[in-house]
Design a protein around this ligand. Sequence first.
Ligand SMILES: Cc1cc2nc3c(=O)[nH]c(=O)nc-3n(C[C@H](O)[C@H](O)[C@H](O)COP(=O)(O)OP(=O)(O)OC[C@H]3O[C@@H](n4cnc5c(N)ncnc54)[C@H](O)[C@@H]3O)c2cc1C
Length: 404
Amino acid sequence: MSEEHHYDLVVVGGGPAGSSAAFTAAKNGVKVALLEKENSIAETVRTSGVTWIQSIKEFGIPDDCYNPIKNFSFCSPNNEVTISDSIPRAAVLDVRKTYRWLAHEAEQLGVDIFVKMNVSEVIKNEKGDIVGVKGDGPDGKVTFHSKVVIDASGFTSTVCKAMGFVTQWKRFGAGAEYEVKAEKADSETWWLMVGQQYSPAGYAWIFPLGNNTVRIGVGVGKPESNVDPTQRLKELMEKKLGPIKKLGEITPIEFHYGLIPNDGLSRKTVFNNLILVGDSAGQANPLVLEGIRYAIKFGRVAGKVSAVAIKSGKTDKDALYPYEENWRKEIESKINSAGKVQDRWIGLTDEEWDKELDIIKELKSEEFLDFIKADFGLSNMIKLATHHPKLAVRQLFNLVKGKK
Ligand SMILES: Cc1cc2nc3c(=O)[nH]c(=O)nc-3n(C[C@H](O)[C@H](O)[C@H](O)COP(=O)(O)OP(=O)(O)OC[C@H]3O[C@@H](n4cnc5c(N)ncnc54)[C@H](O)[C@@H]3O)c2cc1C
């Protein structure tokens, strides 16, 4: 007989969104299973792990999980800018350690974690609503019955796809990265590298982790470019282009590869008995395609809203809607604004990038960070669009604040 379980909530995917959802659901008193297809949480790293100290503090991520960053360097083929902060406001996460910490926090509250559990099917009731999932585990098929399912499976959106609610993302970023030991790494400075030679529709990066370790990567927008990011990364590292040369001797430790949705906030994220969160919902800042903080933040909201709905005995889409209302209020207009800057950036020639860096040079560190984080508060944008002494900066922010 095949194995069978009954839970209040089943969370599919043990990434930052899934672990965070499981954590708050358990905290709010429901019985939770977290299903992860890999052999362990964060077995494969698919991200560069840049995030912000403010979010790290808000989530309570331990100090030994990240390396703080103070200097933000940008280079284009013929220009360079470094914006320095007095205190570090950005960070590069030890991704494995952070994701395992998130899962451990959930486990401590009683969440049952099933690794090596590849969810492949959904279970529906007579109305066609989801009431569980089936996974392939080490000992065969396992059935999980539940009142609510959270799809936190990332880019693949496994559950939602199996329900027939969504198809593959059309627009997305593909990224390849080597974590390396670098002889002359500067642990407080990141580099973003723009222009055709680095990436025709995207950017390359150097993100330091401390201890002479850095992540060197290339991200390419699809379908805008057909460049293979892995191939381009190898070329950049071989030629030691731009700031890569400053790193001295490089020894690769680990290769990372991943895909991230870039279709804006195009999806509905609540259905009867089902929530989508993190990359499966497309919740990423399109400017630099960073989604970890949203995955954790809205994962926590999804877990709490599910628990409240389960305890009330009503788990249809209306009962789960407070989750969608919450994230839309928080990020929808910011992401739409960031999408406009991204559209502008994707079309820039090398010469235009050289000029764009001149605009970035005019920003104060807080303005630059708000910009790159897509934290476009309306009053700040209006201030920059109206009163900034440089015309080019005013034009940029006029573009950002305009209606979509
Ligand atoms: C190259 C690259 C670089 C990036 N850099 C950054 C960055 O610097 N900063 C930042 O904030 N964001 C970055 N991102 C984005 C960030 O990684 C994502 O936004 C974030 O990981 C989303 O978290 P998630 O939990 O939704 O999905 P994921 O982290 O993808 O987690 C999904 C989990 O579900 C599991 N899973 C999938 N299918 C199944 C299944 N069928 N059954 C069971 N389990 C399943 C997977 O194994 C995985 O563990 C980057 C993305 C890429 C591709």
